[in-house]
Design a protein around this ligand. Structure first.
Ligand SMILES: [Zn+2]
Length: 104
Protein backbone atom coordinates (compact mmCIF):
# COMPACT_ATOMS: atom_id res chain seq x y z
CA UNK A 1 0.00 0.00 0.00
CA UNK A 2 2.42 2.87 0.74
CA UNK A 3 2.16 6.61 0.64
CA UNK A 4 0.76 8.25 -2.49
CA UNK A 5 3.44 9.91 -4.60
CA UNK A 6 3.56 13.56 -3.56
CA UNK A 7 5.54 15.05 -6.43
CA UNK A 8 4.88 14.12 -10.00
CA UNK A 9 7.99 15.56 -11.67
CA UNK A 10 11.58 16.52 -10.93
CA UNK A 11 10.62 20.16 -11.39
CA UNK A 12 7.87 19.86 -8.79
CA UNK A 13 10.25 18.10 -6.38
CA UNK A 14 12.74 20.91 -6.85
CA UNK A 15 10.04 23.53 -6.29
CA UNK A 16 8.84 21.75 -3.13
CA UNK A 17 12.44 21.48 -1.87
CA UNK A 18 13.03 25.20 -2.38
CA UNK A 19 9.76 26.01 -0.62
CA UNK A 20 10.76 23.86 2.40
CA UNK A 21 14.22 25.45 2.43
CA UNK A 22 12.73 28.96 2.36
CA UNK A 23 10.36 28.09 5.20
CA UNK A 24 13.11 26.58 7.40
CA UNK A 25 15.96 29.04 6.91
CA UNK A 26 16.66 32.71 7.44
CA UNK A 27 19.32 34.95 5.94
CA UNK A 28 21.65 36.49 8.52
CA UNK A 29 24.18 39.29 8.28
CA UNK A 30 27.61 37.67 8.86
CA UNK A 31 28.87 40.53 11.04
CA UNK A 32 25.76 40.45 13.22
CA UNK A 33 26.02 36.66 13.52
CA UNK A 34 29.72 36.86 14.47
CA UNK A 35 28.92 39.52 17.09
CA UNK A 36 26.21 37.31 18.56
CA UNK A 37 28.60 34.35 18.74
CA UNK A 38 31.24 36.57 20.35
CA UNK A 39 28.78 37.64 23.05
CA UNK A 40 27.84 33.99 23.65
CA UNK A 41 31.52 33.02 23.89
CA UNK A 42 32.20 35.88 26.29
CA UNK A 43 29.46 34.70 28.65
CA UNK A 44 30.84 31.14 28.62
CA UNK A 45 34.42 32.31 29.15
CA UNK A 46 33.31 34.50 32.05
CA UNK A 47 31.56 31.54 33.69
CA UNK A 48 34.61 29.31 33.21
CA UNK A 49 36.94 32.02 34.57
CA UNK A 50 34.68 32.61 37.57
CA UNK A 51 34.61 28.86 38.29
CA UNK A 52 38.42 28.78 38.11
CA UNK A 53 38.48 31.69 40.53
CA UNK A 54 36.37 29.73 43.00
CA UNK A 55 32.92 31.26 42.44
CA UNK A 56 30.34 28.96 44.05
CA UNK A 57 27.62 30.07 41.64
CA UNK A 58 29.76 29.50 38.53
CA UNK A 59 30.59 26.03 39.85
CA UNK A 60 26.90 25.17 39.46
CA UNK A 61 26.88 26.25 35.78
CA UNK A 62 28.22 23.16 34.07
CA UNK A 63 28.83 23.22 30.34
CA UNK A 64 31.61 22.01 28.06
CA UNK A 65 30.80 24.39 25.20
CA UNK A 66 29.52 27.98 25.02
CA UNK A 67 26.10 26.69 23.93
CA UNK A 68 25.78 24.24 26.83
CA UNK A 69 26.93 26.97 29.25
CA UNK A 70 24.08 29.19 27.98
CA UNK A 71 21.63 26.32 28.43
CA UNK A 72 22.94 25.69 31.96
CA UNK A 73 22.67 29.40 32.78
CA UNK A 74 19.07 29.46 31.57
CA UNK A 75 18.25 26.37 33.62
CA UNK A 76 19.98 27.85 36.68
CA UNK A 77 18.04 31.12 36.51
CA UNK A 78 14.78 29.36 35.67
CA UNK A 79 15.20 27.23 38.81
CA UNK A 80 15.88 30.36 40.88
CA UNK A 81 12.90 32.17 39.33
CA UNK A 82 10.76 29.16 40.17
CA UNK A 83 11.50 29.65 43.85
CA UNK A 84 14.38 27.30 44.56
CA UNK A 85 16.65 30.29 45.11
CA UNK A 86 18.96 30.39 48.12
CA UNK A 87 20.91 33.47 47.09
CA UNK A 88 19.38 36.08 49.36
CA UNK A 89 22.65 37.95 49.85
CA UNK A 90 22.82 41.27 47.96
CA UNK A 91 25.31 41.48 45.10
CA UNK A 92 28.30 43.66 46.03
CA UNK A 93 28.78 46.67 43.70
CA UNK A 94 32.25 45.45 42.64
CA UNK A 95 30.71 42.32 41.13
CA UNK A 96 28.74 44.36 38.61
CA UNK A 97 31.75 46.22 37.13
CA UNK A 98 31.42 45.68 33.39
CA UNK A 99 34.95 46.81 32.50
CA UNK A 100 36.72 44.63 35.05
CA UNK A 101 38.58 41.55 33.91
CA UNK A 102 37.43 41.72 30.29
CA UNK A 103 39.29 39.37 27.98
CA UNK A 104 39.62 39.74 24.22
ZN1 LIG B 1 18.95 32.82 43.24
Amino acid sequence: MGRPKRDASAAEKQRAYRARLAAETVRVNRRAWAALEARRDRVAEAVWAARQAGCATAAQIVGASPDTVLEALSAWFEAHAAGSCACAAPVPPAATGAQRGRRQ
